[in-house]
Design a binder for this molecule. Structure first.
Ligand SMILES: *[C@@H]1O[C@H](CO)[C@@H](O)[C@H](O)[C@H]1NC(C)=O
Ligand SMILES: *[C@@H]1O[C@H](CO)[C@@H](O)[C@H](O)[C@H]1NC(C)=O
Ligand SMILES: *[C@@H]1O[C@H](CO)[C@@H](O)[C@H](O)[C@H]1NC(C)=O
Ligand SMILES: *[C@@H]1O[C@H](CO)[C@@H](O)[C@H](O)[C@H]1NC(C)=O
Ligand SMILES: *[C@@H]1O[C@H](CO)[C@@H](O)[C@H](O)[C@H]1NC(C)=O
Ligand SMILES: *[C@@H]1O[C@H](CO)[C@@H](O)[C@H](O)[C@H]1NC(C)=O
Ligand SMILES: *[C@@H]1O[C@H](CO)[C@@H](O)[C@H](O)[C@H]1NC(C)=O
Ligand SMILES: CC(=O)N[C@H]1CO[C@H](CO)[C@@H](O)[C@@H]1O
Length: 310
């Protein structure tokens, strides 16, 4: 047993040396302490499990002297309104527009969102485009996305110089209670999303991202789009994805750390499990996995060492 302990102590010392040797020219913030409670929280909100790289928007802390910093990726702050009977997880996109979080798939790095404005009513009004803030680490998924375009308050004339007549693929929105100005309103799915000068006849044009699916393509569903079917499609939401291997975060996370960013999206450092902030990564970490009478198993970063003891 004493031999075992001695071996361990030597190993730990070696690990300490290896880690400290990795940072001979530490930057200003290297090794400063952070409040480790900011990374540990996983919380349930509206049935959604929210954790890194998402974070509660109210959970900012001072990291490396920078206030309002987060443990998570830029633009992935979740507002949890738990004052209501049913808590709702909300993600804000550009312009402070609110999107209700339907699901987060941490394995596939996708989040499904729906415009909070369209959740109620058979024929909801679309009031804006979806704009992802430039600093946010979110993007439309390369597959499975589509769009519905809305052409609101249109007044067509027969004078083609003013605006030519609309293409026949346009679907009139004929919901009772769908009021937008004096003109008529239309929608078009991506398959037939026509572009052209005729849109000048419409006061407002918005494009809403949606998930692809048979609800867009089957003749039955398409027939119902204009009389409220579009509301069902919008409520299913749309999907955004993030790329965890992008940017400085990749090395940090590989070493077991969590990335910290400031409010405008600047990388602050790697938050390590020892409670310290590092510039790039946490170095190779060292942990004793098991020690039996004749065997010591140790992981050192992603390497595994097994010692057999006499
Ligand atoms: C860390 O943050 C938690 C939660 O906000 C707070 O209760 C605690 O006092 C903080 N610890 C330090 C050392 O600032
Ligand atoms: C809360 O949500 C559940 C499931 O989404 C629903 O069945 C229930 O009616 C909601 N309760 C309130 C008070 O909105
Ligand atoms: C988004 O939700 C927040 C919190 O509920 C609210 O304060 C804000 O006004 C909403 N933004 C818009 C554009 O409706
Ligand atoms: C998500 O990933 C799992 C494997 O981790 C895969 O089976 C599944 O099809 C993926 N789902 C989507 C929607 O891509
Ligand atoms: C069509 O509109 C243009 C521009 O407003 C106008 O100059 C022209 O006289 C109109 N043509 C007809 C046939 O009304
Ligand atoms: C749209 O109108 C502009 C002039 O306002 C014209 O130059 C252009 O050719 C028109 N485009 C189409 C597709 O009709
Ligand atoms: C050590 O590194 C491994 C993989 O590199 C990681 O999964 C683990 O969380 C890290 N442990 C600590 C305590 O940082
Ligand atoms: C906005 C966006 O990323 N759209 C993509 C949706 O998916 C198709 C392929 O299915 C891509 O071509 C688009 O670029």
């Amino acid at each position: 047993m004493p031999l075992l302990l001695l071996l361990l102590r030597v190993l730990l010392l070696a690990a300490g040396l290896a880690v400290s040797r990795g940072y001979p020219t530490a930057g200003a913030g290297e090794g400063s302490l952070y409040n480790s409670s900011m990374c540990q929280k996983s919380f349930a909100c509206g049935g959604i499990n929210i954790h890194y790289p998402f974070y509660l928007s109210s959970e900012s802390k001072v990291v490396d002297g920078v206030a309002y910093s987060y443990c998570g990726y830029p633009g992935m702050a979740v507002l949890c309104d738990d004052s209501r009977a049913n808590a709702t997880a909300t993600l804000q996109l550009a312009g402070g527009t609110n999107y209700t979080v339907h699901a987060i798939d941490y394995d596939n790095h996708t989040i499904t969102l729906a415009d909070a404005d369209v959740l109620n009513g058979v024929c909801p009004m679309v009031r804006h485009n979806v704009n992802i803030p430039r600093e946010a680490w979110l993007n439309f998924t390369p597959t499975g996305n589509s769009t519905i375009s809305f052409f609101l308050d249109c007044s067509f004339t027969t004078n083609v110089t003013v605006a030519p007549l609309p293409p026949p693929e346009l679907v009139p929105i004929n919901c009772a209670g769908f009021e937008r100005g004096r003109g008529s309103s239309f929608l078009a799915t991506q398959l037939g999303a026509p572009d052209g000068n005729w849109t000048r006849a419409c006061k407002e044009v918005y494009v809403a991202p949606v998930l692809t699916g048979e609800w867009l393509t089957s003749p039955d569903s398409r027939g119902r789009l204009g009389s409220g079917g579009y509301g069902d499609v919008l409520r299913r939401g749309f999907r955004l994805s993030w790329d965890p291997s992008a940017g400085p975060c990749f090395k940090c996370e590989l070493s077991g750390g969590r990335c910290s960013y400031d409010q405008p999206g600047g990388f602050l450092g790697c938050l390590c499990s020892d409670g310290r902030v590092r510039n790039m990564d946490c170095g190779k970490n060292f942990s004793l996995v098991s020690s039996r009478t004749k065997r010591i198993v140790v992981t050192f970063g992603r390497e595994i060492y097994i010692w057999l003891v006499e």
